[in-house]
Each structure stands twice: as C-alpha cells, then as structure tokens.
Design a binder for this molecule. Structure first.
Ligand SMILES: *[C@@H]1O[C@H](CO)[C@@H](O)[C@H](O)[C@H]1NC(C)=O
Ligand SMILES: *[C@@H]1O[C@H](CO)[C@@H](O)[C@H](O)[C@H]1NC(C)=O
Ligand SMILES: *[C@@H]1O[C@H](CO)[C@@H](O)[C@H](O)[C@H]1NC(C)=O
Ligand SMILES: *[C@@H]1O[C@H](CO)[C@@H](O)[C@H](O)[C@H]1NC(C)=O
Ligand SMILES: *[C@@H]1O[C@H](CO)[C@@H](O)[C@H](O)[C@H]1NC(C)=O
Length: 397
C-alpha cells in the first residue's frame, strides 16, 4: 500500500472540515467548563475525522499507479499508439504492431522487458525520473538493463522527454485530454488511468512478452533476475513481507511486478481487469487483494508469489542488508517533494556503501562496513501515520 495522494487529500481536509472546526469560537475570552469540554469535544471530533480520512485514504491507496495521481481530469477515451513517431495517428492493429516492434527491440533474449510508466509531473529537472535513471547508473551492473527498459509515456511531454533521452518510449495515447488539470486521487479519471495500465499489461503478455513492471520511484541497485522465483508466473513486491512467499496475507505492492507471459497470466489479467465491474470504486491493487483468493484464480492455475523485502525493499519495510538489496521503493510516503528528498538521500547511502565496498576490496579487507539507511526522513511522517493506521486497522477489523 502506497500513500500517494495523501497530500491532495490532506489539502482537502485543511480547506474543508478542518478549517471550520479549528476556527470559530476558539479564541473566545469566556472560559469555563462548558467551553473546555466543548473544545475537547471539537479536538476529539477533529481527531476522529482525520483518522477516518486517513483510513479511507489508506484503504483505497494503492501503489501501483503512483504517477497517475497527477494526470489530467478529462481522460475518458484511451487508445494505444505506437512509439517512435509522436505524430503517428492512433489506429487499431497498427498500434499493436508498433508495440510489438518496440518490445522486440527492447526485450532480453528470453523476451522480457522492463516497463515503467511516466507522466509530466515526474520528468521535471531533479525529478523522480532522473533519480530512477541515476540508480541504474550507480547500481551494480544495472546500467546495461536500461536498454531493456520501455518507458510508457502517459502524455506528450513525457513522451518527448523520453525520446530526448534516447530511451525506448511507448506512448500510451489518450484522446481528448486536457493537460491543464490533475486527476484527483481516486477520482473516476484517476481510476480509469490506473485500470488502463492493467489492460495495457495484458496486451504486452498477449504479444508474448514477459515484463517487470516498475514504478519510477523504485531505485534499481542490482539486477533482480537472479532473485525472482522460477516456480511462479506472477510475482509481486510487498509493503510488508511476512516471511512466506506463498502466503496470500503478505501486503502486496503492485508498483513492482514480475509477470511471465503465459495462458495463466493472460487470463488472470483479464480477470483482474474485469474485477473492476465488481469493485468499481477500488484501485487495481485493492482489487488484486480482493480477488487473490478467488476460486477462479485457482482454476486459472495462477501461482502468485510474493517477493521478499530483503531483496525488493521499500520505506515501509527496508531491506537491511545492502549486500542483498536489488530495489528500494519510496512507498509509505506521501507527496512528490518528500519522495524526491528521501530518494536523494537513499542514493547517497548507496554511493557510500559502494565506495566502502570498493575501498575494502582494494585493501583486501574481506569484511564490509555495516551501513544503515538514513531514510525515511521527509517520508517519516507519512510513515508514522501508516504505522498508526495499521494499528487501528488491526485492532478494529
Ligand atoms: C473515442 O474517440 C473517438 C474519436 O476521437 C470517438 O469516435 C469515440 O466515440 C470515442 N469513444 C468514446 C468511448 O468516447
Ligand atoms: C517514424 O520516423 C522515422 C524517422 O524518425 C521514419 O523513418 C519512419 O518512417 C516513421 N514511421 C512512421 C510510421 O511514420
Ligand atoms: C557487483 O557485482 C559483481 C559481479 O556480480 C560482484 O563481484 C561484486 O561483489 C558486486 N559488488 C557489490 C558491491 O555488490
Ligand atoms: C495456451 O493454451 C493454448 C490452447 O488452450 C495452447 O495451445 C498453448 O500451447 C498454451 N500456451 C501456453 C504458453 O501454455
Ligand atoms: C588478500 O588476503 C588474503 C588472506 O586474507 C591473501 O590470501 C591474499 O593473498 C591477499 N591478496 C592480496 C592481493 O593481497
């Protein structure tokens, strides 16, 4: 569970009920028991409202579509369009052919690509996307993975930016888009976009390609392929890993998934997409949580496996051993600025680790210095809320 979108909702709270509750008669000079209890009541009420708001948010908030939070509001009409030529009009089979060519060009010998969604808000200078790319460069033998990366641009600016960086770019084209607005977290448009991602991933699988889906707020430090399981076609990262990779009670984070193209996974993606009809107000990650135990999933024969946070960590549950770490996700974090702040520190931590490692190696010292994370910092407050929420959740449900 990721806490993206909390920022905008906190703004709503501030501008709405919160404002009214904390205003009014608080400064009134007449002070007696009546006012004391009245203020106490207000404080309790405010606390309750914030708690409920947090609950609703956390309950709905999924990680999968973090960048989608900033997307335009009028997002009803989607079509796939192919990369390379931004002016190429979107049209039926032609697009799928374009996608196929791109997949062919980017894929590893065993037909696997790395897919990462990108939108305008994530490309500004010093942005999440810059940090994402930097992690590949400073990671251990990860630079070569960039040629397998396909950036799934969600708007024209992100697409142009991607082309300028000479990456593999795919324009998940949308028509009738007003780029001036933002899709509010969990609004109808936001949900459309998030679900479109699921549909797109199904297309990739049907084309015969496997993928690692990664949000751009996940830093890549080592090649993860060695850490994937060989006995599962569907592997998903976790906010909280409970120790058993088969345990469906693990808290998944669909911001990082490794999915092999097979009949099972294609059927599962169709089923997942269809589950939107049953859970219209749910985010894709929440829907995943609802359907993961369905008999249909068992009938399909899908083996769902959860990735260990020791290798695929995040701010929710850090990977403590730098020697094992493959990726780190800025999950359990609200707000883009907080994410960027903490991810920069995260990259510095990694650089320190690498230089200590190299130094030891050069001086023939076998033991590496123990290094620990300096993060989360700015993300810490969101983290705290998260912990409190979990306590609330566990004691109330
Ligand atoms: C999508 O857009 C096309 C052309 O822009 C239009 O013909 C079609 O009716 C639209 N579909 C929906 C569902 O709005
Ligand atoms: C795309 O652009 C390239 C040159 O950048 C050109 O050779 C190719 O014909 C174009 N394809 C389409 C479909 O327009
Ligand atoms: C980086 O990878 C190489 C080859 O796998 C390995 O020998 C080396 O120890 C790794 N360095 C770190 C810091 O993990
Ligand atoms: C998928 O199913 C079809 C027919 O049901 C079969 O021909 C094909 O070999 C299967 N493919 C895989 C990868 O299992
Ligand atoms: C490094 O240390 C090991 C023993 O710890 C020794 O066998 C080896 O020769 C040393 N290598 C160098 C290059 O000094």
């Amino acid at each position: 569970m990721d806490l993206d979108g909390v920022r905008s909702s906190i703004d709503i709270i501030k501008g709405g009920d919160g404002h009214n509750i904390s205003g009014g008669e608080l400064d009134h000079p007449r002070s007696n028991h009546y006012y004391f209890f009245r203020h106490l009541f207000k404080a309790v009420l405010l606390f309750t409202l914030v708690t409920i708001a947090c609950f609703v948010l956390f309950n709905q908030g999924g990680a999968g579509g973090s960048p989608f939070q900033f997307l335009p509001t009028s997002f009803y009409n989607f079509t796939f369009s192919h990369a390379s030529n931004s002016t190429a009009p979107a049209a039926g089979m032609e697009e799928v052919v374009g996608l196929e060519q791109l997949l062919k060009r980017a894929a590893t010998p065993d037909k696997t690509v790395i897919l990462s969604p990108l939108n305008e808000a994530w490309i500004e200078k010093d942005s999440i996307f810059d940090l994402f790319l930097e992690s590949f460069r400073i990671g251990n033998q990860t630079a070569g993975l960039l040629k397998h990366l396909i950036v799934v641009a969600l708007d024209q600016k992100a697409f142009d930016h991607c082309l300028g960086l000479h990456l593999n770019c795919y324009f998940l084209k949308t028509q009738g888009v007003d780029f001036s607005g933002e899709a509010h977290f969990m609004s109808a448009d936001y949900l459309n976009i998030v679900w479109r991602k699921i549909d797109f991933l199904r297309t990739v699988l049907e084309t015969g390609y496997s993928f690692i889906f990664t949000d751009a707020d996940i830093m890549w430090f080592r090649n993860p392929f060695q850490q994937f399981y060989s006995d599962s076609h569907f592997q998903v990262a976790c906010d909280k890993f409970r120790g058993n990779p088969w345990d469906l009670n693990n808290a998944p984070n669909t911001g990082l998934m490794y999915v092999k193209s097979s009949n099972q996974t294609i059927q599962f993606y169709k089923y997942w997409y269809k589950s939107r009809e049953i859970y219209p107000a749910k985010h894709d990650q929440d829907a995943f949580n609802m359907i993961k135990r369905d008999p249909v999933v068992r009938e399909i024969g899908l083996q769902i496996k959860f990735l260990d946070t020791a290798y695929f960590g995040g701010f929710c549950q850090s990977s403590r051993n730098f020697d094992l770490l493959c990726t780190m996700h800025a999950n359990c974090c609200a707000g883009l600025d907080n994410k960027i702040h903490d991810l920069k520190i995260l990259l510095d931590d990694w650089k320190k680790y690498i230089s200590a490692f190299t130094e030891n190696h050069d001086n023939n010292i076998s033991q590496s210095h123990p290094i620990s994370w300096s993060v989360p910092q700015s993300c810490g407050i969101a983290f705290l809320i998260h912990v409190n929420f979990e306590f609330w959740y566990q004691t109330n449900l």
